[in-house]
Design a protein around this ligand. Structure first.
Ligand SMILES: *Cc1c(COP(=O)(O)O)cnc(C)c1O
Length: 459
């Protein structure tokens, strides 16, 4: 499969380049020039596969020039062997709705599903090409833990994770800081998540620094993450065997997870609507409900993994809406950078609303939803999953409705306690982290100090 950048589609890239680079040099996002569309018969032939075998079929066409089908097969089996469910994910009933639990991986959030695969892709690439790299990533809590678990102990690579000091939950921090492998470095930055992200961006932009340390990134715009996430939409769709339309409600921040659902739909999976569920940081809800994609200041909410100002992956949808016009996409993205906004024309809104609905949830509504679901069904939703659940009720749509449960409730105990006065337990395999020695260094929000720290550790 050949890839192009949303801002210049004249040049083609291989999957390997797309995976290692993450972002195109022109600032655009990578997407396939063309996506394979499955026929009804082909879908039927996939429909009884277990999760791992389905993942092999769905992912292979995207990466065929990177490794053989057997190598991919081994990597997928290895990646999902660390999950607590044999099919990696689990679909459970909650009244008339279904909950797709995506948090059965090593760090208790859906990000493990893509990140475990990425870790093994890196290992494969580095061994084959005799290279080494340093992954540097900013996290508001979940990405960092997932990336650390996926990369810890791997040869020829180190991982540096920048988290905002005292602004991640205790469980989130311990999942990162109790990891003992020598190639893992946790940095608590005296600042907020945006500060961490800006430090990483500046380090990437500093070509002298980034190439001197072979810097690489694993943030949510990496195409490899998107394809890994598309798999569970197929898997879930095939579990449902009746004729009503299938809708997915997806708690989202960066438009990554829900874009994976849109990709599945483009590949021919008959999804009816994708519901974009946001917290009070509702730029995507404002875009999808009334065409105003406009940055505002970020609130700190009880669903911190969705506290964003700009939804990076939205550029991929903008490219589609503009009929793959790279110049137009470039213009719109420049406008967003300059004026902080994009007013989506009416004809494009009609196209968006064929695939997407949206709703946003405020803090009170999130806590109320956790309480309602617990009281009625004895199921504890984490705040992010509760946003998916509540948004589904707000858009009020009939059919087979599936809510993506993106994190285990024990990761966000403060919100659960506030809502239902319960402290959810960690899965027994992970309880040891609460007493384990922690390892992280506190660094001021300062670019040269951060670079110096990284340089010293690499020596
Ligand atoms: C990252 C994250 C999200 C948002 O995912 P996007 O890909 O940014 O849409 C939602 N829930 C949890 C628990 C997360 O960690």
């Amino acid at each position: 499969m050949k890839y192009i950048s949303t801002r210049d589609n004249s040049k083609e890239y291989s999957f390997e380049e797309v995976f290692i680079k993450g972002l195109a040099d022109d600032g655009g996002l990578f997407i396939p020039r063309e996506v394979k569309k499955y026929s009804a018969e082909e879908l039927e032939s996939l429909s009884s596969l277990g999760y791992q075998d389905l993942a092999k079929k769905i992912i292979y066409p995207f990466i065929g020039d990177f490794m053989t089908v057997n190598e991919l097969s081994d990597i997928i089996d290895k990646s999902y062997s660390v999950f607590r469910k044999s099919n990696a994910v689990d679909l459970i009933k909650v009244g008339d709705t279904k909950l797709l639990e995506l948090f059965h991986g090593p760090t208790l959030a859906f990000k493990d599903i893509a990140m475990q695969l990425l870790g093994n892709f890196y290992e494969y690439y580095l061994q084959k090409n005799h290279k080494n790299i340093n992954v540097i990533v900013a996290t508001s809590g979940d990405t960092g833990a997932a990336a650390i678990d996926a990369i810890k102990g791997k040869k020829n690579m180190n991982i540096f994770v920048l988290h905002p000091h005292k602004k991640v939950s205790l469980v989130q921090r311990k999942l990162m800081s109790t990891v003992k492998e020598k190639n893992v470095f946790n940095i608590a930055i005296e600042g907020n998540f945006d500060d961490c992200q800006n430090l990483v961006k500046s380090m990437f932009a500093d070509k002298e620094f980034s190439s001197s340390i072979n810097m690489s990134g694993v943030n949510s715009i990496n195409w490899a993450r998107i394809i890994a996430q598309a798999v569970y939409y197929f898997y879930t769709y095939f579990q449902i065997r009746d004729d009503r339309p299938v809708n997915f409600s997806v708690p989202t921040g960066n438009f990554g997870d829900v874009y994976a659902g849109y990709l599945a739909k483009k590949m021919g999976l008959p999804i009816n609507k994708l519901i974009v569920a946001t917290n009070q940081n509702d730029i995507l809800h404002r875009a999808i409900s009334n065409g105003k994609y406009e940055a505002e200041s970020v609130f700190e909410t009880n669903s911190p993994s969705m506290d964003i100002q700009i939804a990076s992956n939205f550029e991929r949808l903008i490219y589609d809406l503009n009929d793959c016009d790279d110049n137009e996409t470039q213009k719109i993205m420049t406008g967003i950078k300059k004026d902080g906004k994009y007013i989506i024309p009416k004809n494009k809104m009609e196209r968006i609303n064929k695939d997407f609905l949206s709703a946003s949830m405020n803090e009170r509504e999130v806590l109320d939803t956790i309480k309602k679901v617990y009281t009625k069904y004895a199921i504890i939703l984490d705040p992010h999953s509760a946003i998916g659940f509540g948004a589904l009720n707000k858009v009020n749509i009939n059919g087979n409705n599936i809510v993506l449960a993106t994190a285990h409730p024990c990761k966000f105990p403060e919100a659960i306690d506030k809502s239902i006065a319960i402290k959810p337990n960690l899965p027994s395999e992970l309880q040891y982290i609460m007493d384990e020695k922690e390892n992280y260094d506190i660094i001021p929000n300062n670019l040269s100090k951060t670079k110096q720290y990284i340089k010293e550790k690499i020596q």
